[in-house]
Ligand binder design. Structure first.
Ligand SMILES: NC(=O)C1=CN([C@@H]2O[C@H](COP(=O)(O)OP(=O)(O)OC[C@H]3O[C@@H](n4cnc5c(N)ncnc54)[C@H](O)[C@@H]3O)[C@@H](O)[C@H]2O)C=CC1
Ligand SMILES: O=C([O-])CC(=O)C(=O)O
Length: 338
């Protein structure tokens, strides 16, 4: 249901309504990339955005010129590093979405991207802390389990950290889970709402199929769990060295950004999305960031939902996720502290 409803309502807004009076400035950093371009296209259709600000180290003037001909009401600007481009892109931003960074090739883990992407995300976070310290920051760049703590540490160093405004985008995991379960159970995706908790890599992705209202055989649970945890690898393998998920990620990133806009700009209530945030849910186990369903409100995180009832199999998945997550988070924090 979400997909159809979202696309038709976005399309309607684009062609029949004007931009909301308190609409937001939204920046996409990495906007010329595989995710950045389709994500920017989807965001261009939102009437809750007044200014779509596109930043990349290359090619954003062209992407911005192209998108700017679409007759929705938002302004589009393109920025590259020259002439204070990053400062221009970020100043006045309400939301910053960060898909900047390299994607995986076959045989790599998301953690293998750390060496390249950690410094990209750090430098962009430093600029956000300086030019738009109150913006909501949505991190897509992998490894999300480490890049989110990196942004947090940068913001803490600059004394501007607000944990309610920092999100790791894990929406693709629930989008995949919904699709895969709908295929197995032969139901509409509307009837396949799956909670996915934890983080965004391999065993840290924990689907809670027992909460879905469907019954599964043991074999189905194992196969679905594996497919949801390693769905990213399916795409990396199929793209055969040319990248990872871009189009489904753009869809998922737009879904999360639109939900945040609905909560912050449109003041809608009961907007719930899964996301990797600073959380108390597993704080006792030493896990500072964790993805669960989160209610979004005018200031970002409104309420972090608990994990809820899990069965023994899912408890085993959580037990496997916790140490891995702890390590990923510590690695991100140590990168900035060092
Ligand atoms: N959170 C999630 O669920 C997902 C995350 N990803 C991650 O998203 C990231 C981007 O993936 P793609 O768009 O496929 O890669 P891509 O290589 O197609 O695009 C990345 C873009 O970032 C730009 N870039 C590099 N350094 C930059 C900097 N310092 N400032 C601004 N822009 C910079 C590049 O010029 C390029 O246009 C990867 O790290 C990938 O692993 C991908 C899919 C899902
Ligand atoms: O698999 C990757 O590297 C990209 C990603 O995070 C995903 O598709 O979930």
């Amino acid at each position: 249901m979400f997909a159809t409803r979202q696309i038709s309502s976005i399309a309607k807004r684009a062609f029949s309504t004007s931009t909301s009076s308190n609409a937001a400035k939204v920046a996409v950093l990495g906007a010329a990339g595989g995710i950045g371009q389709p994500l920017s296209l989807l965001l261009k259709q939102s009437s809750l955005i007044s200014h779509l600000s596109l930043y990349d180290i290359v090619n954003t003037p062209g992407v911005a010129a192209d998108l700017s001909h679409i007759n929705s009401n938002s302004k589009v600007s393109g920025h590259v590093p020259a002439n204070d481009g990053l400062k221009e892109a970020l100043t006045g931003c309400d939301i910053v979405v960060i898909p900047a960074g390299v994607p995986r090739k076959p045989g790599m883990t998301r953690d293998d991207l750390f060496n390249t992407n950690a410094s990209i995300v750090r430098d962009l976070a430093v600029a956000c802390a300086e030019h738009c310290p109150k913006a909501h920051i949505l991190v897509i760049a992998n490894p999300v389990n480490s890049t989110v703590p990196i942004v947090a540490e940068v913001f803490k160093k600059a004394n501007v950290f607000d944990p309610k405004r920092l999100f790791g985008v894990t929406t693709l995991d629930v989008v995949r889970a919904s699709r895969f379960v709908s295929e197995v159970k032969k139901v509409s995706t509307e009837d396949a709402k799956i909670t996915v908790i934890g983080g965004h890599s391999g065993v840290t992705i924990v689907p809670l199929l027992s909460q879905s209202g469907h019954s599964f055989t043991e074999e189905e649970v194992k196969a679905l769990t594996h497919r949801i945890q390693f769905g990213g690898d399916e795409v990396v393998k199929a793209k055969n060295g040319t990248g990872s998920a871009t189009l489904s990620m753009a869809f998922a990133g737009a879904r999360f950004t639109n939900s945040l806009l609905e909560a912050t700009v449109a003041g809608k209530k009961n907007i719930v999305e899964p996301t990797f945030v600073q959380s108390d849910v597993f704080a006792k186990e030493g896990v500072e960031f964790f993805a669960t369903n989160v209610e979004l409100g005018p200031n970002g995180v409104e309420k972090i939902h608990p994990v809820g009832k899990v069965n023994a199999y899912e408890q085993g998945l959580i037990d496997a996720a916790v140490p891995e997550l702890k390590g990923n988070i510590a690695k991100g924090k140590a990168f900035i502290k060092a």
